[in-house]
Design a protein around this ligand. Structure first.
Ligand code: ADP
Length: 392
């Protein structure tokens, strides 16, 4: 602790070319003071944006890697910290493997284990760990806490954990991990806080953003997720393919002569809404475009989600609530309307006016339909807050 007040909490969410951050004041419930991101890391013209209340700062920082991006963030945060230190840094870590579910202090031993998982999440895990190393260098006295996107699903049933491959692959870690756990953690806790009777029942949460997945919950626990071994499976996403017959991958190798790097690029960066529309990964652009290809990309997105609503309702043995979150789930009245169309057989009927007005509750059937804005950074900040309290 410094004279200026207790140390602050920084949260980091590192992608391959971006570093999102938030600063929280610790307390019984952490209070967000600022947030922002550095984009185009690895390119020649990285840019930092910082939002602090109504004040927005935009700054070109030239060529940047994760460590220099963090230094640039720190430079902008200095006035905000008013002499206070960063006491804890919380990191979104995409993969906790089989060993880590709950948030944990990132000791050298934990980091060594997480590095062994890099081959399981090659497009996310190395960048997450690079941000941890950068944060250790920048804040040597701070607690570094890892929050795992896989953690929320670790208790799901074996049938949802496995693939029908010979068992030795399961033992080697080829499992259905499921992701977006921090978002499901936040939304399910909000549901429990505001509508406990629903949270105790059968719920589907649809996290629909650039990355998209759905989770089936019984009594607040994940019993199934659309994402699997990697963050590619399940729903089509901005640039990711979603569910794909593995025979397609074999065909790409055998008939198209494509290697792992090319296929990875195709499935992670060139597919999904972008691949189908030939236009954009961005739902707003597709909604405005009016081309037949953009319309078909939206049709496929809607079709796959409706199919999963049916499948998840079956494994839940019925449905009490459907909850939307993520950039598309929270903002697109059109997508929500199309997803709920003709679902009266399930007891799910959308209230068109409430949906257009983006009310928190947008259904008037037996199945409740809700929009709960997600806040993954807050989940991370709470975990750091708890770790700081333990540390005294
Ligand atoms: P990420 O997975 O990168 O966190 P977000 O949750 O921010 O992504 O979601 C981004 C998606 O949300 C984009 O496809 C964007 O077009 C979509 N989106 C945001 N606002 C709207 C809106 N008003 N209408 C339709 N789509 C929207």
């Amino acid at each position: 602790m410094t004279d200026a007040g207790p140390g602050m909490i920084l949260t980091l969410n590192a992608g391959s070319s971006s570093l999102k951050f938030s600063v929280f004041e610790p307390g019984a419930e952490p209070r967000e003071c600022a947030h922002g991101q550095v984009e185009n890391i690895g390119g020649t013209a990285a840019e930092l944006t910082l939002t602090e209340g109504t004040r927005k700062t935009r700054l070109g920082i030239g060529r940047a890697h994760h460590q220099s991006a963090l230094q640039a963030i720190l430079g902008q945060l200095a006035p905000l910290l008013k002499g206070r230190t960063i006491a804890g840094v919380g990191h979104r870590i995409v993969h906790g493997g089989t060993a880590h579910a709950a948030p944990e202090v990132l000791t050298p031993k934990v980091m060594a284990y997480l590095a062994t998982l890099e081959p399981l999440a090659p497009l996310h895990q190395p960048h997450n760990l690079a941000a941890v190393r950068a944060a250790i260098a920048a804040f040597p006295g701070a607690r570094q806490v890892g929050c795992f996107d896989t953690g929320f699903h670790r208790g799901h049933p074996w049938e949802n954990d496995t693939f029908a491959l010979p068992r030795r692959y399961y033992d080697k870690g080829v499992r259905r991990y499921g992701f977006h756990g921090l978002s499901y953690d936040y939304v399910s806790h909000e549901l429990a806080r505001t509508r406990p009777e629903l949270a105790a029942g059968r719920v589907i949460i649809a996290h629909l953003g650039n990355g998209a997945s759905m989770c089936a919950l019984r009594n607040g626990n994940s019993i199934g997720s659309t994402m699997g071994f990697s963050a590619l499976d399940g729903l089509p996403m901005g640039t990711r393919c979603g569910q794909l017959d593995p025979g397609v991958v074999l065909w790409l190798m055998q008939s198209e002569g494509m290697g792992a790097v090319e296929i990875s690029n195709l499935l992670y960066r060139e597919s999904g809404l972008k691949g189908l529309s030939g236009l954009s990964h961005d739902m707003r652009t597709l909604e405005a475009a009016g081309t037949p290809e953009a319309a078909q990309a939206i049709d496929y997105f809607v079709f796959r989600i409706r199919r999963e609503i049916g499948a998840m309702t079956a494994i839940l043995g019925g449905l009490d609530a459907l909850v939307f979150c993520g950039g598309i789930g929270e903002n697109s009245a059109m997508i929500r309307a199309r997803l709920c169309e003709g679902m009266d057989w399930l007891g799910l009927t959308l209230d068109a006016a409430a949906n257009e007005a983006r009310a928190p509750e947008i259904g008037h059937g037996r199945v409740r339909v809700l929009v709960i804005p997600t806040d993954e950074e807050r989940v991370i900040a709470r975990a750091v807050n708890a770790a700081l309290q333990v540390a005294g």
